[in-house]
Design a protein around this ligand. Structure first.
Ligand SMILES: NC(=O)c1ccc[n+]([C@@H]2O[C@H](COP(=O)([O-])OP(=O)(O)OC[C@H]3O[C@@H](n4cnc5c(N)ncnc54)[C@H](OP(=O)(O)O)[C@@H]3O)[C@@H](O)[C@H]2O)c1
Length: 333
């Protein structure tokens, strides 16, 4: 089988992507409770970019196979996973094992979601992470009885799922993007409130809107100065949940008075932890709920192209050029 390997980390992402190689290797054998998956497709996510540059929280021994999720069919099973043979699945890969940019992936049964037969396999490739992340974040809004949430990196796919789920739950969303063209795109897709970080009155506009819509909760995928502008714009008693670090910068610009005198809070969200902590029945229910929405077409990931292994460099360039245009998928040759 073939797999894509990263020989060394490089903070220059272009150099990292140029260093990727395709190699031939033995097909792994599933051990107890493991499944072997014939991969249909795997997306490129921001975590893959951070991983290749060596700045992600998962650092593997090199050479390593990138990719943290994908879709495929179970073709072989170890003892304890016999019920999964032949199933359509999506999966996420863990710290030590090879990633999903591979023709075949061997992983523990706990890392897969069994899919509805009607699920589209391209959509399934992006199902294991982003829709559940959005679900986990909107759950926080529901827990805090919020009627409006704020989010940045709003042109991305997690943000798109947050809008879809929030709409179903009757929650308004204030969207923040960094490019003017993304404001127009989101508005034409039906988003009601869209602000651009680059607007000269951005901080004032955000503060007024947060106050008018009584929004006390923000989802921050950017960190750096973004956490500061969110914290400072929101009313007393607000919380910013940081779930991404797209700026590659430490959280900054937070007015300490907000923390001391206005009862404001910064917290974090991590999907694997959420998955571990929710009741398995709740996870199953959430998975079914989300899959039903995918099968009817009510929810979907925007996919901006599919590329074969041999086109991996093109795939990454396309993704990096316009992340708000959607995911690119990588498929075995
Ligand atoms: N904590 C968790 O469990 C968890 C789970 C899933 C995802 N995440 C994180 O969630 C974030 C979004 O993921 P995604 O899959 O939705 O991404 P995506 O669909 O690939 O889109 C990324 C979006 O972020 C914007 N962006 C990139 N760099 C930015 C910056 N420095 N400042 C402001 N906006 C920026 C892009 O806008 P442009 O078009 O302007 O480039 C694009 O709209 C990532 O950080 C990812 O790692 C976290």
């Amino acid at each position: 089988m073939k797999k894509i390997i990263l020989p060394e980390y490089n903070t220059n992402v272009i150099k990292a992507l140029l260093s990727l190689k395709i190699i031939d290797t033995e097909i792994p054998e599933p051990k107890n409770n493991e499944v072997l998956i014939k991969v249909h497709a795997a997306p490129v996510n921001p975590s893959d970019i951070a991983f290749m540059s060596g700045t992600y929280n998962i650092v593997k021994e090199l050479p390593a196979v990138p990719g943290f999720e994908g879709s495929g069919i179970v073709t072989e099973v170890g003892r304890g996973a016999e019920d999964l043979l032949g199933k359509k699945v999506c999966f996420f890969t863990q710290e030590k094992e090879d990633g999903s940019w591979s023709e075949m992936v061997c992983t523990n049964r706990d890392n897969i979601v069994v899919l509805d037969e009607k699920m589209d396999m391209d959509q399934a490739a992006c199902f294991a992470i982003n829709p559940f992340t959005a679900r986990g974040l909107v759950d926080i809004a529901l827990l805090h009885k919020q009627k409006c949430v704020i989010q940045n990196a709003a042109g991305g796919q997690v943000a798109a799922f947050i809008r879809m789920i929030a709409k179903d739950k009757g929650i308004e969303v204030i969207n923040i993007v960094r490019k003017k063209e993304t404001v127009e795109k989101l508005k034409s897709d039906g988003a009601k409130y869209v602000l651009c970080e680059k607007s000269p009155d951005f901080n004032k506009e955000l503060k007024e809107l947060a106050s008018k819509l009584n929004s006390h909760l923000a989802f921050d995928a950017v960190a750096g100065k973004a956490t500061g502008y969110l914290m400072n714009a929101m009313p007393k008693g607000s919380e910013v949940v940081v779930y991404g670090g797209l700026s590659n910068k430490p959280v900054s610009g937070v007015d300490p008075l907000g923390l001391i005198f206005y009862n404001k809070l910064i917290s974090g969200f991590n999907l694997p932890e959420w998955h571990e902590n929710v009741d398995p029945d709740y996870f199953e229910e959430a998975s079914k709920d989300l899959q039903d929405k995918f099968v009817t077409g009510a929810y979907s990931t925007t996919i901006n192209g599919s590329f074969r292994f041999s086109q991996i460099r093109q795939a990454l360039r396309k993704y990096l050029k316009d992340m708000s245009a959607g995911k690119v998928l990588i498929k075995p040759d």
